[in-house]
Design a protein around this ligand. Structure first.
Ligand code: NAD
Length: 296
């Protein structure tokens, strides 16, 4: 298939590479020279602009930081022309970014007027999952469009869920990430408490993993440096899922909760703690660095 892939960051780069390795024709683009150089060296073809990347594409995949990036890319703004005008009628857009479900719905409605199908397909599984093609996709949109996308999603992920109509994938994603943030803070507190009492963090982690406190943050993404190899914590919290991206997701969850009159008190507290952590200079570090709030 002819695929345009836009946004070659921590997640998008390895996802695009997996499609390229599966013998699809991938024409990619990113505004960052660093990202472009890195992924060109890995073998990806890089277009000169987003509009150039979508020329003749049957599928356009985007993996951008936040709502405003997706909005500006597709609809334009200022001097920039919206990408929707450059995409062929009949094409399928798969937006894997985590953004507001209202932005996903707006994109889906505008694209439908040009006979372009859109899926919101945010992911879970982190950068390790992006590299290993084991991501979970939470998809919003029409079932028949998901079936068109499925063979491609299977080259990037292992679990593919249809969450509902346009925007539903985003709603599932913010519920998941709100829970993840709460689990990461709880895991950090518990580990820091044990270590302050002289416990070995590896032994304590093993005990909690096999007890009722076991959870994904503890088992797969341990926030204490040195407990697990190959986690952001063990490489000075570099790469991974940035604190500022977690603040964004928790803000999306709170906006949604407010709009729907739903109480999410721990989600609200988690947002405040992550926002304070970002203000203390940790915005670009992996979100598991919240551990540093509890442990020197
Ligand atoms: P990132 O910041 O590493 O990458 C985003 C990339 O988009 C950057 O390279 C940036 O230059 C590029 N970009 C921004 N605007 C652009 C534009 N107009 N045109 C082309 N490129 C543009 O972010 P990431 O960690 O890859 O995350 C991407 C999305 O995936 C976010 O919405 C995030 O919340 C979500 N997500 C991330 C993780 C993770 O573990 N990192 C996990 C699940 C979901």
């Amino acid at each position: 298939m002819k695929i345009a892939f836009i946004g070659l960051g921590n997640m998008g780069g390895p996802m695009a590479l997996n499609l390229h390795r599966a013998k699809h024709t991938v024409n990619s683009f990113d505004v960052s020279e660093t990202a472009v150089t890195r992924w060109r060296n890995e073998g990806l073809k890089i277009a000169g602009s987003a509009a150039e990347s979508v020329f003749g594409a049957e599928v356009v995949i985007t993996m951008l930081p936040a709502s405003q990036h997706v909005d500006q890319l597709f609809f334009g703004g200022g001097a920039a022309v919206g990408l929707l005008d450059s995409i062929d009628a009949g094409a399928l857009v798969i937006d894997c970014s985590t953004i507001a479900s209202s932005t996903s719905k707006k994109l889906s409605e505008a694209a439908a007027k040009r006979n372009i199908a859109v899926l919101d397909a945010p992911v879970s599984g982190g950068t390790t999952g992006a590299v290993a093609a084991t991501l979970t996709f939470m998809v919003g949109g029409a079932v028949q469009d998901l079936e068109r996308a499925r063979p491609l999603l299977e080259h990037m992920g292992k679990n593919i869920f249809h969450a509902g109509a346009a925007g539903a994938g985003q709603t599932a994603k913010i519920c998941n990430n709100m829970l993840l943030a709460i689990l990461m803070i709880g895991t950090s507190e518990a580990l820091a408490l044990g270590v302050a009492n002289g416990l070995d963090p590896v032994v304590l982690s093993e005990i909690m993993k096999r007890s009722s406190g076991g959870n994904w943050a503890l088992e797969k993404y341990n926030p204490m440096p040195g407990v697990l190899d190959n986690t952001p914590a063990s490489r000075a919290y570099q790469g991974g899922f940035g604190t500022d991206l977690m603040v964004k997701d928790l803000s999306l969850a709170q906006d949604n909760a407010t709009g729907n009159h739903v109480g999410t008190p721990l989600g609200g507290l988690a947002r405040s703690l992550y926002a304070a952590h970002s203000l203390n200079g940790a915005g670009a570090l992996d979100f598991s660095s919240i551990f540093k709030m509890f442990h020197k």
